[in-house]
Design a protein around this ligand. Structure first.
Ligand code: ATP
Ligand code: MG
Length: 428
């Protein structure tokens, strides 16, 4: 082969050895969101560029430098979605899902951002996103956080900690922003280049700077909580009371911000110290202004997104036991009659036992080589049908992991036998 073909940098293949962990993760997360009555929405991977410019904001990192944007054959500017909220809000508005009703929605799939690839940061990465529309009280904020706490419990993940903050109403934040900009201008020379640039465009993002040299400047900056309005204070206090009632520990982090004006009140993140610099596994918050900002009727909304690669990494670091996906049974076949009977028999066994994973040997081969494949498949049991077994309606059963002796059983008894052995339900 000439030059080797390779995947695009920052876009990963998820290989079969890894997909059982992914399926486990996705299955648990789906069960949790559905336990709260959230319904799945499936959205396009591509949207008009304008949607992201308006919803995420033209002066954010994502829109300024991370989007995969291209012109299609009609000359329309399209973008691979960098996140899911914009498309979800667009779909809800387009299909009239927001008037006089509440929506609890979730979606899953890949997102695309042209970032510098590193551990926990990729150019195609997977999120599960959850959004709720039409509810302005803090109970839904609490429900979102309860749901995420239940996810960590169900996944057996420890050491993810909750940080919360309130951004206040848009009016309160405008006052705060003025004070912040005035302070930052006073120490302009100490700001790094990024922060100097953001001072005009998106000053609150400066608080989120990961540059250690900015630490002192940020520490002394005016604090958002000192500027909160009464309505937001009450909302935040109620959220904290719900969390206390549920026994969910949290830290209030006054530096947890979102730069854009349509974010308000609650923001939260779940963070772990076990993944180095990319420690945020879940980020969420209220965006009461977004629907109206995009031209709809004012609709309260709150949501969060989970980064699946980071959760997979955390499952690995924590060495969480994952359910195996290798076959229970490998079916070894020999002789013309054995193979013909075996192909049918495999289907009969799958009909009889819900959840059975049975791999049939295809392509013949000596018994020796078939047993090698059986071993490699990870199956616990080999079943053998050769011409003799076929003629006598029997099967030879051989344990592959050293439990018990080889035995010959009537084909009609094998399903109940396996059912007991494997703990699977027998269908009659
Ligand atoms: P960061 O500050 O780490 O860049 P962000 O604010 O851009 O995060 P969000 O847009 O809030 O992240 O996305 C929600 C979650 O999606 C993050 O908390 C993270 O778990 C995950 N995520 C975001 N960007 C990436 C990426 N490039 N690769 C892998 N996961 C990502
Ligand atoms: Mg980012």
């Amino acid at each position: 082969m000439g030059k080797t073909l390779q995947a695009v940098r920052g876009m990963n293949d998820i290989l079969p050895d890894q997909t059982s962990a992914w399926q486990h993760l996705e299955g648990v997360l789906r069960d949790v969101v559905q336990a709260y009555g959230y319904r799945e929405i499936r959205l396009p991977l591509v949207e008009k560029t304008e949607l992201f410019r308006r919803s995420i904001g033209a002066v954010t990192d994502i829109v300024e430098k991370e989007m995969y944007t291209f012109d299609d054959r009609n000359g329309d500017s399209l973008t691979l979605r960098p996140e899911g909220t914009a498309g979800c809000v667009r779909a809800c508005m387009e299909h009239g899902m927001l008037h006089n009703q509440v929506q609890r929605l979730w979606y899953a799939g890949p997102m695309f951002r042209h970032e510098r690839p590193q551990q926990g940061r990729y150019r195609q990465f997977y999120q599960i996103g959850v959004e709720a529309f039409g509810m302005s009280d803090p109970d839904i904020d609490a429900e979102m956080i309860f749901m995420t706490a239940r996810m960590w419990r169900s996944l057996d993940l420890k050491d993810v900690t909750l940080q919360i903050n309130s951004l206040g109403t848009a009016a309160a934040r405008a006052t705060y922003k003025t004070a912040l900009v005035e302070y930052l201008r006073g120490c302009f020379a100490e700001l790094d280049a990024d922060s100097q640039r953001r001072l005009d465009s998106n000053p609150m993002r400066i608080l989120d700077s990961k540059n250690p040299a900015m630490e002192a400047v940020i520490r002394e900056a005016p604090k958002l909580p000192d500027y909160l309005d009464e309505e937001s204070r009450v909302h935040f206090a109620a959220l904290r009371a719900f969390l206390d009632d549920a026994g969910i520990a949290y830290a209030v982090n006054p530096r947890l911000v979102r730069g854009l004006d349509y974010y308000s009140k609650t923001v939260f993140e779940w963070v772990t110290g076990k993944l180095g610099a990319q420690g945020t596994v879940c980020a969420g918050g209220r965006f009461d202004g977004l629907v109206e900002y995009l031209g709809g009727r004012a609709t309260p909304a709150i949501g969060f997104a989970l980064g699946l690669e980071r959760l997979i990494a955390l499952l690995q670091v924590d060495a969480v036991d994952l359910p195996a996906h290798n076959p229970h049974v490998y079916l070894v076949l020999g002789g013309e009659q054995g193979i013909r009977r075996g192909m049918v028999f495999a289907g009969e066994l799958r009909d009889a036992l819900t959840g059975l994973r049975l791999e049939t040997n295809c392509g013949n081969g000596s018994f020796k080589s078939q047993f090698k494949r059986a071993d490699r498949s990870g199956a616990a049991i080999a079943l053998v049908i050769g011409d003799d077994e076929a003629a006598q309606a029997q099967v030879t059963l051989k344990p592959l992991r050293g439990e018990g002796d080889q035995q010959v059983l009537p084909q009609q008894d094998i399903a109940s036998h396996l059912g007991q052995w494997l703990g699977l339900q027998l269908n009659r």
